[in-house]
Design a protein around this ligand. Structure first.
Ligand code: ADP
Length: 682
C-alpha cells in the first residue's frame, strides 16, 4: 500500500472546497457523472481511432444510492496507479489537457471543464474511494481512498472489468442526498441530456395496484436531444414535442430557431418564441445553458442579449467560460460573438417568416411584438434589422411596415410644417368617436395598445424623419393636423365668455382633473361638446407613471380641454335662450360694467408713462375703487348666468355626455345624469 499527500499546498484544501468553492453542493453529482461520461467518451474516441481494440460493450453509467453511500460507476477508460497519481493526486494538473493535446482534432467528444471537478465530491462526502481499472492491457485494479484530509492511500484492488467506481461516504450533515427522490431530481436537472446513458435504479411498473421494479435499467437521460440533431432531419412535431417536454405548462410556441455553428465558436441550441397569455407571464431565465449536453445554468443573462432572455429553449456551447463572474462574461470575446450571432439568427428568422409568409407573420404579430419592440428599444443593431419587418397595426386591424405606412399617410397627414403626423389610439372602444371622426376626414389611425408602445412611440419619433405621434383625442379633429392657417372662431368674445361661464358653473367636481373651456367652430355635424387632452400633457403623465423621479408630473391634475362647438344647433340654442331669459337682468349690469371699464381705461391712459409717485393719491384710489366695482359687477353678472345655467338641463346634459364619451362620468354624477335623461325623455 502506498501513502502520500495530495499535491496541493500542504494546507488542507477541502474545507475551502466545501465552504467557498461551490455555493450549490448539489453539483457534485453533475461533476462526477460528467467525469464518467468524459471517461466513456474518451474510450469511444480511442476505439474509433483504433487505439482501443477491445469490446466496448454496454457503456451505461450507473448511479446508485446505498445506506450511507452514493456510487457512480462507469465502463470508461479507467485509471492506472500512475494516472491516479498524475490526475487525482496532483490536483492542479488537469488530465484533460494531456488528452486534448493528443487528440486535438477530435476534441468535440471531450467534456468541458468545471473547475475542480472530482474534488467537489468532498462537499458532501467524509470519505471518497476510487476503485478503478484501466482499459490498458495488463493494467491492475487499484483503490484510492481519502478521508478529506490531504492524505490518501493507494492499494491494489479487485475489479473484473475496466472502468471506475467513485464511492462517496456521505457526511452526516448531507444525508438529504441519500434520498432516492433527491438524487432522481438532481439527475433530471443536470444529467437529462448527457450523451452516454445514465441508469438510476430499475424501471418501475404498475402491477396489481402496486409499483414493482422490473429488470430493466431506469435510464434517466435522452442521449441525443433535439438540438444535437440535424435541422434538416427534423419535423415541426419534433420541435413542439421537445418544447412540451421542456415546458409542460406552456402553450405551443410561436416558432423556433435551431442554432448550429462550428466556427469561430461552437454553439448549438434551439430557441423558442413562447406564446404569452399575459405580460405577467413574461419571465426571464427560461433558457437553459448546457456545456456539451451537461446542464450548467438557467440564467443566461450576459450571454444572450437582454431581450432574448425572454425566449425559451436551450443553448449548448463549450466556448462559454463557466465559473466566472457575469461582468467578466460580458467582456469575453467569445461571449460577445455568440451574443451577436444569436441576435442575427433571430432577426434573420423573423425576416424569413415575414418575407415568405407574411400572413402568418401578421397573425402572430401581437404575440411577437413584445419581443421585437423590446429588442428594438434596447439594442441598436436589432433595431436596424427589425425596422424592415416590424409592423404597425391600424384600428381596422390592417398591418403595415414602417415604410408602407409612411407612403399610406403621406398625402393626407402631412401638416403645414411638413411634419408627418401619425395618429393613434390606445383603446378602440374608449376613443371610438375620435377614431371615427379622424377616419371620416380621410386619416388613418394606428392602434398602439401594447405594453411598450409609449416607449416605441418615442423611439419612432426619434428614428423616423420629421414625424410626430398624436393621439386621436388630443385635439378636435380639425386641429389634429394643421395644414393651413385656420379661419378660427367667429363667435364674438362676449358670447364666448357667456358660454364659458355657464358651462364652467355646471361642471361636476372630478378628482385630479381640471378643465379649460373654449369654443370652436367645428361644423354643425360635429359633436356639440368635446373633451380633449393635449398630447404633451398626457405623455408627461404617462412617463411619470413608468419612471420614478418624474413624480412632479404624476402629482399634477390632468388638464383637459372642454370644447364647445359654436356651430352646433344645440349650442346656438343655449345662447339664444340665455339671451331671451337673462337679457333684462344682464343688460343693466353689463352697461355699468362697460361704463366702469371706460372710466378705468381713461385713467390708465392718463397714468401711462408716469412714475408711481407722480400720480395723485385720489386718482390711485379711484382706480382701485373702479377695479373693485368691476369685479363685483362681474360676479353679479356671472351669478345670473350661473343661476340660469343651473336651470338649463341641456347644458348639464351636454357636459355629462362629453364626460360619458370619455369614461369620466361616474358615481353620483352618473346617477344624476341617468335621472335627468329619464326626465328629459318623459
Ligand atoms: P477535469 O475533469 O476537469 O480534468 P477532475 O478533477 O474532474 O478534473 O478530474 C481530474 C482527472 O481525473 C480527469 O481529468 C480524469 O483524467 C480523471 N478522472 C476523473 N474521473 C474519472 C473517471 N470516472 N474515469 C476516468 N478518469 C477519471
Amino acid at each position: 500500500m502506498q501513502k502520500g499527500n495530495i499535491g496541493v499546498t500542504t494546507e488542507n484544501i477541502f474545507p475551502v472546497i466545501k465552504k467557498f468553492l461551490y455555493s450549490d453542493h448539489e453539483i457534485f453529482l453533475r461533476e462526477l457523472v460528467s467525469n464518467a461520461v468524459d471517461a466513456t467518451q474518451k474510450l469511444k474516441t480511442l476505439a474509433s481511432m483504433g487505439d482501443f481494440k477491445g469490446e466496448l460493450g454496454d457503456l451505461t453509467i450507473h448511479v446508485s444510492v446505498g445506506k450511507d453511500t452514493i456510487t457512480v460507476s462507469d465502463r470508461g477508460l479507467g485509471l492506472t496507479a500512475e494516472e491516479i497519481d498524475k490526475y487525482i493526486n496532483q490536483i492542479a494538473f488537469s488530465g484533460a489537457n494531456d488528452f486534448l493535446e493528443k487528440y486535438k482534432n477530435d476534441a468535440n467528444a471531450i467534456i468541458g471543464h468545471f473547475g475542480l471537478g472530482f474534488y467537489s465530491a468532498f462537499m458532501v462526502a467524509k470519505k471518497v474511494e476510487i476503485v478503478t481499472k484501466s482499459y490498458k492491457e495488463d493494467a491492475k485494479a487499484v483503490k484510492w481512498t481519502c478521508d478529506g484530509s490531504p492524505e490518501f492511500t493507494l492499494e491494489d484492488a479487485e475489479r473484473a472489468d475496466r472502468g471506475t467506481d467513485i464511492i462517496l461516504y456521505i457526511d452526516d450533515d448531507c444525508r438529504e442526498f441519500l434520498e432516492e427522490s433527491r438524487i432522481s431530481a438532481l439527475l433530471n436537472k443536470y444529467c437529462r441530456f448527457l450523451p452516454i446513458p445514465v441508469a438510476f435504479g430499475k424501471k418501475k411498473e404498475w402491477k396489481d395496484g402496486k409499483q414493482v421494479e422490473t429488470d430493466e435499467d431506469n435510464i434517466i437521460n435522452d442521449t441525443t436531444p433535439l438540438w444535437t440533431k440535424k435541422p434538416s432531419e427534423l419535423k415541426d412535431e419534433d420541435y413542439t414535442k421537445f418544447y412540451r417536454d421542456l415546458y409542460p405548462m406552456s402553450d405551443e410556441p410561436l416558432f423556433w430557431i435551431h442554432l448550429n455553428v462550428d466556427y469561430p465558436f461552437h454553439l448549438t441550441g434551439i430557441l423558442y418564441f413562447p406564446k404569452v397569455k399575459s405580460n405577467i407571464e413574461l419571465t426571464k431565465n427560461k433558457i437553459q445553458l448546457y456545456c456539451n449536453q451537461v446542464y450548467v445554468t438557467d440564467s443566461v443573462e450576459g450571454i444572450v442579449p437582454d431581450f432574448l432572455t425572454l425566449l425559451h429553449g436551450v443553448l449548448d456551447s463549450p466556448d462559454i467560460p463557466l465559473n466566472v463572474s457575469r461582468s467578466y462574461l460580458q467582456s469575453d470575446s467569445n461571449v460577445k460573438k455568440i451574443s451577436t450571432y444569436i441576435t442575427k439568427k433571430v432577426s434573420d428568422r423573423l425576416q424569413g417568416i415575414f418575407k415568405n409568409d407574411r400572413k402568418q407573420f401578421e397573425e402572430k404579430w401581437n404575440d411577437l411584438k413584445i419581443f421585437i419592440h423590446y429588442g428594438m428599444l434596447t439594442q441598436e443593431d436589432f433595431y436596424e434589422r427589425a425596422k424592415d419587418f416590424a409592423l404597425l397595426e391600424d384600428t381596422d386591424g390592417k398591418y403595415y411596415t414602417y415604410d408602407e405606412y409612411k407612403t399610406l399617410i403621406k398625402d393626407a397627414q402631412t401638416d403645414k410644417e411638413n411634419v408627418l403626423v401619425y395618429l393613434y389610439a390606445n383603446n378602440k372602444d374608449e376613443q371610438y368617436s375620435y377614431i371615427e371622426a379622424a377616419k371620416a376626414k380621410g386619416y388613418n389611425v394606428l392602434l398602439m395598445d401594447g405594453q411598450l408602445d409609449i416607449a416605441v412611440i418615442s423611439m419612432l419619433e426619434q428614428k423616423l424623419e420629421k414625424c410626430r405621434f398624436t393621439r386621436v383625442d388630443s385635439d378636435v379633429v380639425d386641429k389634429l393636423i394643421v395644414k393651413e392657417e385656420q379661419k378660427g372662431e367667429t363667435l364674438d368674445a362676449g358670447k364666448q365668455e357667456v358660454l364659458s361661464v355657464m358651462f364652467k358653473s355646471q361642471l361636476p367636481k372630478i378628482d385630479k382633473a381640471e378643465f379649460h373651456i373654449t369654443t370652436e367652430a367645428m361644423g354643425e355635424n360635429a359633436f356639440p361638446v368635446m373633451i380633449t387632452q393635449s398630447e404633451y400633457m398626457r405623455r408627461m403623465k404617462d412617463m411619470a407613471n413608468i419612471q420614478s423621479g418624474m413624480s412632479f408630473y404624476g402629482e399634477m391634475p390632468d388638464m383637459f380641454n372642454l370644447i364647445l362647438n359654436s356651430d352646433h344647433q344645440l349650442v346656438k340654442e343655449i345662447l339664444e335662450n340665455e339671451n331671451q331669459t337673462c337679457h333684462a337682468s344682464v343688460e343693466p349690469i353689463q352697461k355699468e360694467m362697460d361704463e366702469t371699464d371706460a372710466r378705468r381705461q381713461e385713467l390708465r391712459k392718463k397714468e401711462e408713462g408716469k412714475k408711481a409717485d407722480e400720480i395723485p393719491t385720489a386718482e390711485k384710489d379711484e382706480l382701485s375703487e373702479l377695479d373693485k366695482k368691476w369685479e363685483e359687477l362681474k360676479q353679479q353678472k356671472d351669478k345670473v348666468l350661473t343661476d340660469y345655467a343651473g336651470e338649463n338641463k341641456v347644458v348639464r346634459q351636454l357636459i355629462d355626455l362629453a364626460l360619458l364619451q370619455n369614461g369620466m362620468l361616474k358615481g353620483e354624477a352618473l346617477n344624476k345624469f341617468l335621472k335627468r335623461s329619464i326626465e328629459l325623455i318623459g
